[in-house]
Ligand binder design. Sequence first.
Ligand code: GRF
Length: 197
Amino acid sequence: MTSFAVLISGRGSNMAALGEAVRDGRLRARLAFVASDTPDAPGLQKAGAAGFETAVLPYSERGRCGAEERLNGLCSSRKAEWIVLAGFMRILSPEFVRLFQGRIVNIHPSLLPSFPGRDGIGDAWRYGVKITGVTVHLVDEGVDSGLILAQQATEIRPEDTLETLEQRIHEIEHAIYWKTLSDLFRGILSAERRWRK
Ligand code: GRF
């Protein structure tokens, strides 16, 4: 069975949604471990309470290189073939991305390539777009720039506040992430970029 690791930095609601999808069999894969760059990420506690193995990546003690060495070691020993980013706030090095080429996935709360970066929801909100959404993509050496695997749009309604929009975006994320991973792990999604003319 395909096996994946989840990397988080904070709340971990996407990790929890993936964990539930694994638990109830919607996502037929093994969640090998959940790792965070921050020891006090609330998501780590959630993952532990749900019975998943957890780990802290030693970014502050050993820097990016040391933390990625540990991550690589964990993936080998726990046999995780895929790395799934879910609110992980660190940039993986180009060397690490190349090592896991085409096997690192991220979810971003905007319709990429619009509004990449740390605050996709807020940036779309402040810009005043009428439609935004969620993107699931492969990770390449850039920031939020890898091959797009899935997207879902949502209208920004006149009655929305930033909070209601955030809530709706997270609901979409929780529904789209496991489905996309399921297709990806079953080889249904193409991992090739096709430029259209
Ligand atoms: C999500 O909005 C995700 O798209 C972004 O970071 C947020 C993480 O939220 N990359 P959570 O920790 O999964 O609740």
